[in-house]
Ligand binder design. Sequence first.
Ligand code: GRF
Length: 205
Amino acid sequence: MSVVVLISGRGSNLQAILDAGIPVAAVISNVAGAGGLAIAAARGIPTHVVKHGDYPTREAFEEVLAAEVDRYAPRLVAHAGFMRIVTAGYVKRYAGRMLNIHPSLLPSFTGLKTHERALAAGVKVHGCTVHFVTAELDAGPVVLQAAVPVLANDTVESLSKRVLRQEHVVYPRAIRWFLEGRLVIDNGRVSVKGGDAQISYSDLP
Ligand code: GRF
């Protein structure tokens, strides 16, 4: 039933996952001192750091990373603010059992600085997406999306805060669905056995 969570930073999504009672076997970061490591350690969850800069190639880094992941034989690998682009080889290893949360309504705004770009584009709805990880960046099958309004006076800070609050709602939900064996991928589309809503809306500021 266990999950290994990969992080690079503050770890607020990790915190939400833990608060939701998801069984996390270990937390691995590619950045030493990432805030999420302390969150995990405080709960007695094993942590590991695999610094990408210590390896000459992406593949060499991923070999060591995967070895750490595989020690726990997790059912699911959850990327939660894990800021590394992964290779097709790595993705293949965890095909169908690796999730990511991305701070936009995919396929809009893949990559970085999503909130800044959403504001610049003048979109009126923004949000976040939980998706399966595939070899193409931020493009795997969509499990669940949360939509929030973009307000006229929004800043990157206010908008990212509104989205992040929803990330903390939808990521644990999607992980739970996965662990319950309720996610079905058919032709690149994901459905949930039982028919739970795969979209969530929030008007909170
Ligand atoms: C989140 O916005 C996540 O969607 C993005 O990076 C951020 C990580 O935040 N990929 P945290 O480390 O979970 O607080």
